[in-house]
Structures are given as C-alpha cells and as structure tokens.
Write a new protein. Structure first.
Length: 57
C-alpha cells in the first residue's frame, strides 16, 4: 500500500527507488501505481523527480 500523506509518500518512494528500482517507471509498474499521481502529489510539497539521482529532490 502506497502512503497517501505526501511526506510519508516522499520517504517511501525515495527508499524504494534507492534500494529496489532503477527508475520511477519501474517502481510504478511493479507496484501498480499511477506515476502522474505520485509526481503531482510530491510536486504539491515542492519535490520533483530527478532521473540522474533517481529520487525526488
């Protein structure tokens, strides 16, 4: 289950990206998550996906 709270989502997604996935698309595909929903929710707290770092910064 992916957290609904944006701050918890940030922590969860960055941990998963760091430890298990080579990119956001792979994470979303594996977890059945909506990439746009994650990106928009985290943009709401001023975090944006950095492909080079493979994390939201």
């Amino acid at each position: 289950m992916i957290p609904k709270d944006p701050v918890m989502l940030l922590s969860y997604v960055n941990l998963k990206l760091r430890d298990f996935y080579s990119g956001l698309d792979a994470l979303c595909e594996d977890l059945g998550a909506d990439r746009n929903e994650i990106v928009e929710k985290l943009a709401g707290i001023d975090y944006h996906y950095d492909e080079g770092k493979n994390q939201f910064v």
